[in-house]
Write a protein that binds this ligand. Sequence first.
Ligand code: PFF
Length: 459
Amino acid sequence: MALGSDSGRGMWSNRWVFVLAAAGSAVGLGNIWKFPYIAGENGGGAFVLIYLVCVGLVGIPIMISEVMLGRTARSSPIHAMRKLTDLAGASRKWVFIGWMGVVAGFMILSYYAVIAGWALNYILLTAQGTFTEISADGAALTYNEFLASPLQLIFWHTLFMVLTIWIVGRGVSQGLEFAIRWFMPLLFILLLVLLGYSFTSAGFAQGLEFMFDTRFEAVSGETWLVAMGQAFFTLSLGMGAMMAYGSYVPENVSIGKTVMIIALLDTFVAVAAGMVIFPIVFANGLEAGQGPGLMFVTIPLAFGQLPMGEIFGTIFFVLVSFAAFTSAISLTEPALSYLVEEYNAKRKRVAISLGVMCWILGLGTVFSFNIWSTGYIIGQMTVFDFVDYVSQNIMLPLGGMLIAVFSVWVLPQTTVGEQLGIRGGFLGVLWKLLGGLVAPVCVLVIFVYTVMPLFTNAG
Ligand code: PFF
């Protein structure tokens, strides 16, 4: 049974529009910027393997749960959880999932907009030819000088936020769907071109070895936590974004198969981005574990050596920016749709208020790279590290775990069966095993081993 499917809220016109929209949310800075740099910081191959395990065993079942909850309730995540707890006759405390998602989305967007602003600036820098024939040191210097200037960061951060709020305020616009339709395929093509380039670079073998040679000595509990956080982040899980998008999925779409396609596309982009970046890193004697600057140093460096690099480089950063926009929009959706539904408020007004608050919080991230770079919140964590860590490694996995538990153990399984087309049998067992047991237990175990000591030590 779908609740309120006739409410006229609109629907994706078919499965592929949903795949594009969900892939638009999933594919973003998390794939191209974050995945390579955290793989670099966490020793490469072993991290990649653990990450793939997290996507397969934890990410996919949770994405299925989220989309299913959204489609069953057909409302914004907080309202969806209210309807679903009523349907299941369960405690309203489960609505906490929706609230935590709203807060997590807000926190993530605050720093997401700052980093996406860097990509906007890099469109301009690349187009101006700043990186033409530049040396590795020169590329690093450009990046470091940019980060040292709070005013420049604030300018680009503000621009990204204003554009995002403008798009979001206009509703799920034709423009957005148009952009996704054109820019996602273009992003794939460009990634393939870059793969070709890195394949011919001197560091290819070393890069490949770094990405796929599993040295488990480097693995700790922390590695699992980071890999799991990344799986949640990159698939846009645990905060209701997929629930919100799932609420527009037509009844005849197979959720399981569609989710697999989305997860595969997302994983492909992340792994391809790593295979583009690491060979260039090694060919130029750069550091794999250099952190957030990895993409902003190696990619311009690579394009700087290529014929017509200015053009390709510019297109690359345009596409990264588009990927970031389509993700940022989905980050605002849980909060925005809730406020609009609950208070019958004007979408535009709500969007502007949310944007201003988020922008202010984002200043903490801006300053983490310059004037507050040693202003630690806990241990060695700057404001950026802290907001990133808490939202990505704690809130998203916690939200995801509760979503899976709710879907398998609280929601009537007849509803689940109808939504997922499962009638007991092997798939029924698999659903219970992965969604109800493996995914929540993995999250819990990793949590207890890594997050708890962090807080007890800090306190
Ligand atoms: N999945 C996006 C990325 O990889 O960049 C980030 C993101 C978007 C996270 C939406 C969470 C979310 F709800």
